[in-house]
Design a binder for this molecule. Structure first.
Ligand code: ADP
Length: 344
């Protein structure tokens, strides 16, 4: 019966949630080559389970490095497969957990593809943000005899340590309490995401491609009322598309670009420090070193669940950034996972 199905589903979810509670997971995804040139040489030598080996083709010097994460997705993994792996984490929001998912990597490595999708969205290629909300609505509907859920979303952007609300028309700067918009269907979500993306673009006119130099965050607030006991559960999920992690050459940039780069650098290291300190179970967690970590403080650590999803480009000219991304990921990975095994 429907009731037993819900019970069974809750039991399964509960077990998965127990697994994930308080944990920090690290996933890695490799973007495919962007055109079909057979001459492309991938720096990814081998992927197996949670292991990825990066190599430099012998004519460029030898050596390879291996890293171990909770999951590694190769170039041919679909959006649906990536999402299905994240589903238990995302669904736990309906049980009152706080979840943070970060997309990290150099510009062009596929962060936005994972979180949002490509420019021309179809049902097949849409990213985590859409699928997550869609899934929450489906599950809420299935539980409607036992729970009543209210869902609302916020969208903000952090640029140069300034927070901007993306869901208000004139996107005024420095809005600490971003507008909270109730949503009840996937089409509500699509409308708001479109609005947010338009507002994000408006601010970008003065500077070229500012979106890669700002963090954008979609926050989903869920409130569930247990219809039998009247108990209220609150969960929230932050889906964060981080600014590009590439290092800029200090001798080549000045003025605004240098300032942006310094802000990005500072906030990404602050995030790395917070997560590393949580995974090492330190008593002092340095939340206050950036706007991003301050804003997410309540959802990082404690009972909250964090997924750091790093992205890499397979091209040879991205090798230095690829290694630096994987080292970052390795630093934030749980201590239980062990340090990177470096094969020399
Ligand atoms: P980022 O957000 O890290 O700057 P994008 O998500 O914009 O990178 O990806 C760069 C380009 O690569 C885009 O054209 C995007 O559509 C494409 N791309 C990224 N990941 C994939 C993928 N897994 N499959 C197909 N195309 C991808």
């Amino acid at each position: 019966s429907g009731y037993h199905r819900v019970l069974e589903e809750n039991r399964k979810l509960y077990n998965q949630v127990q697994d994930l509670k308080g944990s920090i997971r690290v996933y890695c995804r490799v973007r495919p080559f962007l055109s079909e040139r057979s001459s492309y040489v991938s720096t990814v030598e081998h992927i197996e389970d949670g292991n990825i080996t990066i190599g430099t083709p012998s004519k460029y010097g030898k050596g390879c490095k291996s890293f171990t994460f909770n999951k590694v997705f190769g170039q041919s993994v679909t959006q649906a497969e990536v999402f299905s792996d994240m589903q238990p984490l995302i669904r736990s929001v309906l049980d009152g957990y706080n979840v943070c998912i970060f997309a990290y990597g150099q510009t062009g490595s596929g962060k936005t593809y994972t979180m949002v999708g490509p420019k021309h969205l179809t049902e097949e290629n849409q990213g985590v943000n859409y699928r997550a909300l869609g899934d929450l609505f489906v599950l809420a509907e299935r539980r409607k005899d036992t729970f009543r859920y209210d869902v609302a979303v916020q969208m903000i952007e952090i640029y140069n340590e300034q927070v901007r609300d993306l869901l208000v028309i004139d996107g005024s700067l420095n809005v600490p309490d971003a507008s909270l918009m109730p949503v009840s269907s996937t089409s509500d979500v699509i409308d708001l995401m479109n609005l947010g993306q338009r507002n994000r673009a408006v601010g970008a006119t003065a500077l070229n491609d500012r979106s890669s130099r700002s963090h954008s965050c979609l926050t989903v607030h869920v409130q569930g009322k247990d219809l039998t006991s009247g108990t209220i559960l609150r969960g929230c999920m932050h889906l964060v598309d981080l600014a590009g992690s590439e290092r800029v050459n200090k001798s080549e940039v000045t003025g605004d670009r240098l300032k942006e780069a310094q802000h990005i650098n500072k906030s990404l290291s602050a995030l790395g420090d917070v997560i590393a300190s949580l995974s090492q179970k330190n008593t002092h967690v340095p939340y206050r070193n950036s706007k991003l970590t301050q804003l997410l403080q309540d959802s990082l650590g404690g009972q909250a669940k964090t997924l750091m999803f790093v992205h890499i480009s397979p091209e040879l000219d991205a090798l230095a950034e690829t290694i630096s991304t994987l080292k970052f990921a390795d630093r934030v990975a749980t201590v239980e996972l062990g340090a990177a095994q470096v094969n020399k």
